[in-house]
Design a protein around this ligand. Structure first.
Ligand code: CA
Ligand code: CA
Ligand code: CA
Length: 427
């Protein structure tokens, strides 16, 4: 496939007047070369955008004079290179010069820091599902009392007032609401306050499980091979990093049962459940991110089409504003755009040689926006012809040079084999 490069065009304007003319200085033209000398060619760069145009040409003709001929020449300019520019991954999202607030810049997508979750069970609308009939309750175990039965406030989650019964035939669960954690990455913890009484796990059972990204429950804790009969609440922390990452519906549940025919204890008393990144930094549902400066001076890519590879679920908001990197002010016409593609080719590189893209993120009811990559220049990230042959691999995964089948000096393959190019990205 040939590069879909857009060719910047050079418009050569040759104004040949039959008689000398002296244009008055235009009042409102932004271009510094606002007048030309008669008989001298002026070059005007037209942006690489579709329908690129330039409105800086103005001809003033004094009274009593006329123009006999205007010669215009339109030429395409060769692009400096055929490789497009692309911002993707943590190295670009967290590049020197990038500015952000409330954003997770360390993942493969640019997204709002997840909110995390916390329940102290003081609100009756805590959202947990309490399984069984009179098994799980909110409040405090009456046999432990309003002091011994809670860790904070006057409410906890607990099983049975008094001891659980003998002969429980199944596990009864207290299950948290789902937590949208699509943008979660890094180290996450489940912490809670626990006061647990349960017989040795050969006889009676207590569990902690979490719902993984595939929607299956995974066990992360069970009572040990020793009877527990805790007299106070203690803080418990469990690593849930592997289950939270990229999980659109993470949840946690505590289980009690089965039990055997003798020896019972109080069961679970749980308070102050937290799901949060290690270190406790959680988001607010909003975030903003501003790229490092880009433009011809930085990466050789002219101002041209910019495309956001983004996901914006439901009523979530993702808006882009193009800033002049030198002044920090928005480029007129490029403020609060919700389009996923925009044509920066209309921006004059002479007036705005360096740009930054500023993104505003706002969580919606169906989730948060995320950006996988920002491509600009409207060109291929790799041109197949320039992918170095040495980066291809043979059937065994070895590169041809080390496999001895490719001579880097002559650029020739020897023998008969199948070679696979590296992954290339095309826009
Ligand atoms: Ca509480
Ligand atoms: Ca028992
Ligand atoms: Ca109890």
């Amino acid at each position: 496939m040939p590069p879909r490069g857009r060719l910047a065009a050079l418009l050569l304007v040759l104004l040949m007047a039959s008689m000398p003319w002296a244009p008055a200085t235009p009042a409102a033209l932004p271009f510094s070369e606002s007048f030309s000398t008669v008989g001298v060619t002026s070059t005007i760069v037209i942006g690489a955008a579709d329908g690129g145009q330039d409105d800086r040409v103005e001809v003033d003709v004094d009274d009593g004079r006329s123009i006999a001929r205007v010669d215009l020449t339109l030429e395409s300019a060769a692009l400096g290179r055929s490789t497009g520019a692309d911002l993707s991954g943590a190295s670009d999202f967290d590049a020197p010069g990038a500015v952000y607030e409330g954003m997770d810049v360390n993942g493969s997508t640019l997204s709002i820091l997840p909110d995390g979750a916390f329940w102290d069970f003081e609100d009756p609308n805590h959202g947990w599902t309490l399984g069984g009939s009179n098994v799980w309750k909110r409040g405090f175990d009456s046999t432990l009392g309003s002091t011994g039965g809670v860790s904070s406030g006057s409410n906890a989650l607990y099983t049975y007032d008094g001891n659980y019964p003998n002969g429980m035939s199944t596990t009864y669960w207290a299950t948290s609401p789902d937590l949208a954690c699509n943008g979660c990455s890094g180290t996450w913890e489940l912490s809670f306050m626990r006061r647990l009484g349960v017989e040795y796990n050969y006889y009676d059972h207590a569990y902690v499980q979490v719902k993984n990204a595939q929607g299956n429950w995974a066990q992360i804790w069970q009572n040990p091979a020793a009877t527990m009969n805790e007299g106070t609440f203690t803080s418990q922390t469990l690593d849930i990093s592997n289950y939270v990452a990229g999980n659109p519906a993470f949840a946690v549940r505590f289980g009690l049962g089965t039990s055997d025919g003798s020896a019972t204890y109080t069961g679970w008393n749980i308070d102050d459940v937290r799901i949060e990144p290690n270190g406790g930094a959680t988001g607010t549902g909003e975030g903003s991110w501003t790229s490092a400066p880009f433009g011809p001076e930085v990466d050789g890519a002219p101002h041209a089409r910019l495309t956001l590879d983004a996901s914006v679920p439901g009523d979530a908001v993702l808006e882009a504003t193009i800033l002049d990197a030198l002044t920090g002010t928005p480029v007129p016409g490029f403020t609060d755009l919700d389009a996923m593609t925009m044509d920066l080719g209309a921006i004059d590189a002479a007036d705005h040689p360096l740009l930054r893209i500023h993104l505003e993120f706002e969580e919606g009811t169906a989730g948060s926006p995320s950006v996988g990559s920002i491509a600009y220049g409207g060109r291929m990230l790799y041109d197949l012809e320039i992918v170095p042959l040495a980066s291809w691999t043979d059937a065994s995964g070895s590169d041809p040079a080390s496999a001895g089948a490719f001579n880097a000096g002559s650029g020739v393959f020897t023998g008969v084999s199948t070679y696979t190019s590296p992954l290339t990205t095309h826009r």
